[in-house]
Design a protein around this ligand. Structure first.
Ligand SMILES: [Mg+2]
Length: 455
């Protein structure tokens, strides 16, 4: 088991549990993968309840019943002991347009110094570029201190920053740029390999050939791809594979990724003689120092401008696993997936919101007024809601989950949400925030303190 490297959040260095598990034993990884593959998509096919007004459906964490027991309704401003985590697509934004009420919500929280973070499984742009774009569209100042994309935690993988990595995603050139902004120095994308070795994926067709023009696309390879008869030590070795967001060229990417997963120690163009050796764990597959593969999330679907959910990175992951299953005669792909709903991302997010609280409230404000709740507002039951429901952080803060109707979950198509949001289903982010503020105001009222009644 590896030791924990340091974690760099904007403005400080922290330790985190994600890296503590960055390279688990083969047994624990396999157990994890088996368990993950048993988690089926929970998108139900039966009919669902008709749309209603804002409604809480679970009563364990903040509910209407506990709100009703409050003895006093305060007014005015107050230092908050709670915060919000907002998903973006389907909650704050629909494609590139703000969802009605989203700007007003963030503006109010910003003005009242109520900490919030944007916690998205999206990505494909640098955090600074995405923040600038969202700040302009949502008309509220956002910073690196309250923004977590799916691939943001990759910046903590210090042990790989001096190695050579393969990165793919929606726009591989941007994904290379992002990974370099995280400190990875030697980054190869599938297009580099395709440009320098057209035969690595021998099907030539538009737009692949047009997109992968060497003059404006590819970087030089750090070392040449191994060819027969060449000393392996002088050839390209990949030490880790990253899927930053939704790949476009699935076929090229799956070819190159599987080439690496069957290689000897990550040397592209080689094949491990341990593959298929039944005397070894996992029948010898991924037992010869091949690069570890990291996915930034596993969302099967996501919400866009189209009227039905579209396939996301989880679909690519499923396709790769399907090919791997055929290649290995049923052996599981050993992989690491972060992003919502995985706890690693919520640990990271909770650290970000603690850090952000200190910036907003000051050290004393944070110390004297411990964080009690982070309201997770999302549109995806399998990522936003499941992640918040399952999460048990290092602080005692609760993560009540709130499902909105403006995104990927649709009651008529998907049926009752599974898992259920602990705080309820809401028409949109505006109704969700209003509910949370009313709850927190009642809570403060019990202590004779003021709350937030002007939203
Ligand atoms: Mg979403």
């Amino acid at each position: 088991m590896s030791t924990s490297p340091s974690v760099s959040l904007p403005g400080e260095t922290m330790r985190r549990s994600f890296m503590r598990h960055r390279r688990p034993s083969a047994t624990s990884e396999l157990t994890s993968i088996v368990n993950k593959t048993r988690r089926k998509s929970n998108i139900a096919s039966q009919n669902s309840p008709t749309k209603t007004k804002t409604k809480a459906i679970v009563t364990e964490i903040p509910t209407h019943s506990t709100m009703d027991s409050a003895s006093k309704t305060p007014s005015g401003n107050q230092i908050s002991n709670f915060g919000f985590a907002f998903d973006i697509d389907g909650v704050l934004m629909q494609k590139s347009t703000p969802i009605p009420g989203a700007s007003e919500c963030l503006r109010y929280l910003h003005d009242k110094e109520i900490p919030f973070i944007l916690l998205t499984n999206g990505g494909g742009k640098t955090e600074s570029a995405r923040i600038q774009d969202l700040s302009e569209k949502l008309k509220v100042p956002l910073t690196l201190d309250n923004f977590v994309q799916a691939h943001t935690p990759f910046r903590t993988l210090e042990h790989l920053k001096g190695k050579t990595i393969l990165v793919t995603g929606g726009d591989p050139i941007k994904c290379r740029e992002i990974s370099k902004s995280y400190g990875f120095k030697s980054v190869v994308i599938p297009g580099d390999l395709h440009v320098h070795h057209r035969s690595i994926w021998p099907f030539h067709y538009y737009p692949l050939d047009d997109a992968y023009r060497p003059e404006d696309y590819a970087d030089d390879l750090p070392k040449p791809v191994r060819e027969p008869g060449v000393d392996t030590e002088d050839t390209l070795k990949i030490d880790a594979i990253f899927v930053f967001n939704d790949p476009r060229d699935w076929a090229l990417d799956i070819q190159i990724i599987t080439d690496l997963l069957i290689s000897r120690q990550g040397y592209l163009g080689t094949r491990s003689n341990k593959n298929g050796d039944k005397s070894l764990p996992n029948a010898g597959w991924q037992q010869d120092g091949q690069p570890q593969i990291y996915f930034s999330h596993q969302d099967l679907h996501w919400s866009t401008g189209y009227h039905m959910p579209r396939l996301g990175q989880g679909a690519f992951q499923g396709a790769l696993c399907g090919v791997w299953d055929l290649m290995t005669k049923g052996k599981p792909l050993v992989k690491t997936t972060i992003g919502k709903p995985h706890a690693e991302t919520y640990f990271y997010a909770e650290r970000v919101i603690h850090h952000y609280r200190k910036l907003v409230l000051g050290e004393e404000g944070d110390r004297s007024n411990k964080l009690k709740r982070v309201w997770m507002v999302g549109d995806n039951t399998n990522s936003d809601i499941k992640g918040a429901n399952d999460f048990s952080g290092k602080s005692s803060a609760q993560w009540p989950s709130m499902l909105v109707r403006t995104g990927v979950w649709h009651p008529e198509r998907d049926g009752e949400p599974n898992p259920k949001p602990t705080a309820g289903i809401f028409d949109d982010v505006m109704h969700a925030v209003k509910y949370a503020l009313e709850f927190e105001t009642k809570e403060l009222g019990k202590e004779g303190k003021d709350g937030w009644t002007d939203f």
